[in-house]
Design a protein around this ligand. Structure first.
Ligand code: ADP
Ligand code: MG
Length: 240
C-alpha cells in the first residue's frame, strides 16, 4: 500500500479584529505511510491549526494538502464539505487531546459505531460479527482486551486515551492526526501511549502527524518538525 501526505505552501489566516492573524505561514511537510512525524512548538504557534487543515476540518487560504493512496492522489483542500466529510470518515483518524468518548457506550461499542459511520455507502454492509472482531483486535492491540465491556467512567484517563486511539484506527485510516495525546497523563502513562502509537502506526501503515510538547520521545520519531508563529521547520531527529 502506497500512502503519503504532502502539504505544499499551506497558509491559513483567521479574522483578528480589523486584520487577520496568520496561523499557518506557507507550511510544507511530507509524511509517508507507516511513519510518524512529530510536530512541536509553543502554545499558540499553529500546531492544532495544521492538524485541522490536513484532516479537512479547516480549509486553508491557499496551498495544497495531497493525500496519496492506492486509489490515487486527492488534494484535500479542493473538496467540498460533503466530500471532505466522506474522506474524513473513510480515510482519516483523528485523536484529540481529550478523548471524546460517548458515555453511554462500552469500549467496544465506541469502535463499532465508528465503523458504521466510516462505511462507504456503496460497499455492502459488513457483518456485525466482523466489525466486532476487528474492534476486539484493536482493543487487544492497545492493551484493553479485558476492558471491552467497560464504560468510559469505568476507565482511567490513560485507558480512555487508548480507546480513543483504537477508535481512530477502526477504519484503517491512510492518515492519522493526533493532538497532544499525553497532555492529560502522567509521564509513565504518557510514555506507554507514545509506545502504542509508534507500534500501531508501523503495523498499520498510516501516515501520522503527532503533535506533542513532550520532548523526551522525539528521538523515536521518524521526523521532527518545529512550529513557531505559523512557520514549520524540519529539525534533525535528536539522538537518544
Ligand atoms: P497551538 O495548537 O500550537 O497551540 P493553534 O493552532 O491552536 O496553536 O492556534 C494558532 C493561533 O491561531 C493562535 O494565535 C490562536 O489564538 C489562533 N486561533 C486558533 N484557532 C482560531 C480560531 N478558530 N479563530 C481565531 N483564531 C484562532
Ligand atoms: Mg493546540
Amino acid at each position: 500500500m502506497t500512502v503519503a501526505l504532502t502539504a505544499e505552501n499551506v497558509t491559513l489566516t483567521y479574522p483578528d479584529g480589523a486584520g487577520r492573524l496568520t496561523a499557518l505561514d506557507r507550511v510544507n511537510l511530507h509524511v509517508t505511510g507507516g511513519s510518524v512525524a512529530a510536530v512541536t512548538g509553543s502554545s499558540g504557534s499553529g500546531k492544532s491549526s495544521l492538524l485541522a487543515v490536513v484532516s479537512t476540518l479547516t480549509r486553508p487560504d491557499s496551498g495544497r494538502v495531497l493525500l496519496e493512496t492506492d486509489s490515487g492522489t486527492v488534494d484535500l483542500t479542493s473538496l467540498g464539505r460533503r466530500a471532505a466529510a466522506t474522506v474524513r470518515r473513510s480515510s482519516v483518524g483523528i485523536v484529540f487531546q481529550q478523548p471524546n468518548l460517548l458515555s453511554a457506550l462500552t469500549a467496544i461499542e465506541q469502535l463499532e459505531v465508528t465503523a458504521r459511520l466510516g462505511r462507504r455507502s456503496r460497499t455492502p454492509t459488513p457483518r456485525r460479527r466482523e466489525t466486532r472482531s476487528k474492534a476486539g483486535e484493536l482493543l487487544d492491540a492497545v492493551g484493553l482486551g479485558d476492558h471491552r465491556t467497560k464504560y468510559p467512567a469505568q476507565l482511567s484517563g490513560g485507558q480512555r486515551q487508548r480507546v480513543n486511539i483504537a477508535r481512530a484506527l477502526m477504519n484503517d485510516p491512510a492518515l492519522l492526526v493526533i493532538d497532544e495525546p499525553t497532555s492529560a497523563l502522567d509521564t509513565e502513562r504518557g510514555a506507554a501511549v507514545i509506545d502504542l502509537i509508534l507500534t500501531v502506526v508501523r503495523q498499520r501503515g498510516a501516515a501520522t502527524l503527532l503533535v506533542t510538547h513532550d520532548r523526551t520521545h522525539l528521538h523515536r520519531m521518524d521526523a521532527v518538525y518545529r512550529m513557531a508563529d505559523g512557520t514549520l521547520d524540519r529539525q534533525s531527529v535528536p539522538v537518544a
